[in-house]
Design a protein around this ligand. Structure first.
Ligand SMILES: *[C@@H]1O[C@H](CO)[C@@H](O)[C@H](O)[C@H]1NC(C)=O
Ligand SMILES: *[C@@H]1O[C@H](CO)[C@@H](O)[C@H](O)[C@H]1NC(C)=O
Length: 354
């Protein structure tokens, strides 16, 4: 259908209605109605295994050790980011049919909506949606740090060992504001030697002290937990987790114990990250920094755009306040947002008739 000015006017209005103010509100306040229910996503192409991929029966993939298991949270506000992440994983995977997706969504969200939206765009995807009982964790989130960025679903990554079936023994956890430009099987195969539970890119130049309060550091019975290790900051948006060892060591309880303590005395400022640092920093397997080029969200409040860190890139992560979809919609993109755009499945008014 040819686009005429007359046709464009309602389309522009629709674009305006779908554009950034609502997404910004959703991103920052999470109070707006799920905009996702008005969004239309395109169908992604089908992706095929190369000839040397292990053969897994389709109905066994969600439980197979030969599959690459990916865990992500799913929520109507971030759906556009999740969809782009899924597409990027499939597109760069040499065995895309062997990737199993485990989506965790809030028990109070409309899981049939999320499920049908995923299926409509990825009819061949091997996935399951698991409900996460936010109320169980909201009692553990200290009210002083509870904020828009600190929604209970952020804590789902601490409960993957309980949420995912026992047959899933290793999982790659990924945030929803990232895209891969390399084969996820390489990340999933990160060696976890000895009793190592978790692998992530470490940043030993970051000021580790700053993640905890003076109360924490001045109390030897607390700060001594780092005495026999060399703790470094790591970002929990990209992690490879051995779930079998996590379950055996009951690391969920260890994380919850720190959250309980945080409720009684303020030992850190941020939400879901510090308990991970307390339990795992200095004890993780390293992952090459190419797998988490983080911080690309920059600080859109002050209009700052981040550049890539030096070195090769396998994963681009828009951590920080600015999300590429919101900036693109607002016509204020950062240069690197152009690398996210090719994975955007949202049907914009301009692509409706394509
Ligand atoms: C949940 O989503 C389904 C599918 O999109 C829709 O038909 C249904 O009305 C929704 N339910 C609620 C309670 O919003
Ligand atoms: C690290 O952070 C702490 C607490 O915020 C601060 O007191 C200290 O000066 C910082 N160290 C460096 C090297 O920046």
């Amino acid at each position: 259908m040819p686009k005429s000015p007359i046709l464009l006017t309602p389309l522009l209005l629709l674009l305006f209605l779908l554009s950034s103010p609502a997404l910004d509100a959703a991103e920052n306040g999470r109070a707006a109605l799920p905009r996702g229910q008005q969004q239309q996503f395109k169908e992604a192409p089908e992706f095929y295994n190369s000839h040397d991929c292990p053969i897994i029966e389709p109905d066994e993939i969600l439980c197979s050790d030969a599959a690459v298991h990916v865990a992500m949270t799913l929520d109507a506000h971030y759906l556009r980011g999740s969809m782009a992440a899924i597409l990027s994983i499939l597109q760069h995977s040499s065995c895309p049919e062997n990737v199993a997706f485990h989506f965790v969504s809030s028990a109070s969200s409309n899981s049939s909506f999320l499920q049908s939206t995923i299926t409509a765009s990825f009819p061949y995807l091997k996935f399951r949606v698991y409900p996460f009982d936010d109320s169980s964790v909201s009692g553990l989130i200290s009210t002083s740090i509870r904020s828009a960025l600190d929604c209970p679903l952020n804590y789902a990554r601490s409960y993957l060992a309980d949420i995912l079936p026992l047959c899933v023994r290793r999982v790659v956890y990924l945030d929803s504001d990232l895209v891969l430009v390399d084969d996820i099987a390489k990340l999933a195969a990160t060696p976890l030697e000895g009793s190592t539970v978790l692998a992530a890119p470490e940043y030993c130049n970051a000021n580790f002290t700053a993640y905890f309060t003076p109360t924490f550091w001045s109390n030897p019975s607390l700060s001594l937990i780092f005495a026999d290790r060399k703790p470094c900051y790591f970002n929990t948006g990209v992690m490879v987790i051995n779930l079998a060892r996590w379950r055996a060591g009951d690391y969920t309880t260890k994380i919850e114990e720190w959250m309980e303590l945080q409720k009684r005395m303020r030992i850190y400022e941020l939400g879901s990250l510090p308990p991970f640092l307390l339990v795992f920093a200095g004890r993780i397997a390293p992952v090459d920094h190419r797998w988490n080029q983080h911080g690309l969200g920059g600080d859109n409040f002050r209009g700052l755009c981040r550049d890539l860190h030096p070195g090769p890139v396998s994963l681009l992560h828009w951590s920080g306040k600015g999300k590429p979809w919101a900036r693109l919609d607002a016509n204020r993109p950062c240069p690197l947002d152009a690398l996210w755009a090719p994975y955007d499945l949202l049907q914009t008014p301009f692509s409706l008739d394509s």
